[in-house]
Ligand binder design. Structure first.
Ligand code: B12
Length: 265
């Protein structure tokens, strides 16, 4: 078996280090022999070799969809890659619920929404709704959380108003559409508007979505980012641990509270 060199990491397709990848994309031209050749040349232009069109089909009038197999020799040094990761103790629903009520002594108040033009509620519902996701029950079912799920297309200001009204501990934002980086724009919008109102330290800020990473979330000023495959219990563990940390630092928090109008409970 060929050895894997982590300082020159390459994709694995059929054999170790072959650099084989599968790409898919759409061209704004009708499918034809010329479109197939154009797709091949575009992929070669990107620096790939051994380019093979595995699939070409019409996708609406005037558009063709391609699946392409190709290879690359551009590696990266995996030993130098850095990516922040949430390292949470794995507790199940019952354990978290008991711990919240024992240690926090009241339910943790959450307000969640999809802001802006985004109408994709399935991800947020997977985390918040009773039935949960992938056999992992949602936060509404916990006694340790009081959940307000505002749904989709909520203006950022309304989300903040509701979080203030509910005296929320955390705001849970969902951003799914990422066309023209609208997810980043809307994530920034929340931070900017919280700052304008002097509320930047008042809430734990959690964001989730398929194109959200924990790294991106931290860079933009959030406490955590949850991506594809996240489970309600992951979020519950995070919120419980963060609330504990906040309670431990209560004298310090009191000072911040006075400065930023942060609640004192
Ligand atoms: C269902 C769906 C819709 C439904 C949404 C219904 C609804 N009530 O949500 C409808 C039909 C309305 C829709 C509309 C559109 N859609 Co749509 N849609 C999808 C689809 C097929 C599935 C999304 C989904 O439900 N995933 C399942 C959930 C469980 O996964 P998830 O969202 O990633 O959530 C998980 C994590 O990300 C995380 N998470 C998510 N949010 C949060 C929040 C918090 C706080 C936390 C902690 C975690 C968390 O936890 C979840 C569980 O693990 C995707 C394609 C796909 N296969 O993903 C396209 C997709 C998202 N849609 C897309 C598009 C383009 C659109 C439209 C613009 C199409 C159009 N031209 O009209 C419109 C936009 C409407 C709008 N105003 O937003 C694109 C987005 C592309 C991009 N680059 O952004 C996709 C990727 C399809 C595609 N390949 O082109 N869509």
């Amino acid at each position: 078996m060929a050895e894997i060199n982590l300082t020159q990491l390459l994709p694995y397709g059929d054999t170790t280090n072959d650099g084989a990848v599968q790409l898919s994309f759409t061209l704004p031209v009708e499918p034809s022999a010329k479109a197939r050749e154009a797709a091949t040349q575009i992929v070669r232009n990107w620096g790939f070799f051994d380019v093979k069109i595995a699939h070409m089909s019409q996708i609406g009038i005037g558009y063709s969809f391609f699946v392409v197999m190709a290879r690359s020799d551009k590696s990266i040094d995996y030993t130098r890659v850095e990516a922040p990761q949430l390292n949470l103790e794995k507790r199940d629903y019952k354990e978290i619920d008991k711990s919240i009520l024992k240690d926090v002594k009241r339910p943790i108040r959450l307000v969640g929404a999809c802001t802006g033009f985004d109408a994709h509620t399935v991800g947020l519902d997977a985390i918040l709704n009773m039935k949960g996701f992938d056999g992992d029950i949602g936060l509404e079912r916990y006694k340790g959380f009081k959940v307000v799920n505002m749904g989709s297309q909520i203006p950022t200001e309304e989300l903040i108003d509701r979080a203030v009204k509910e005296n929320a501990d955390a705001i849970l934002l969902s951003k799914v559409v990422s066309q023209k980086d609208i997810h980043i724009h809307d994530m920034r919008d929340l931070i900017t508007k919280l700052k304008k109102r002097g509320l930047e330290n008042r809430f734990l800020l959690v964001v989730g979505g398929p194109r959200v990473t924990h790294k991106l979330a931290l860079e933009l000023g959030y406490d955590a980012g949850f991506t594809i495959g996240s489970r309600p219990s992951d979020v519950a563990n995070f919120l419980y641990e963060k609330m504990l940390a906040k309670l431990d630092k209560s004298p310090q928090n009191d000072k911040e509270t006075k400065k930023s109008g942060k609640r004192k409970d």
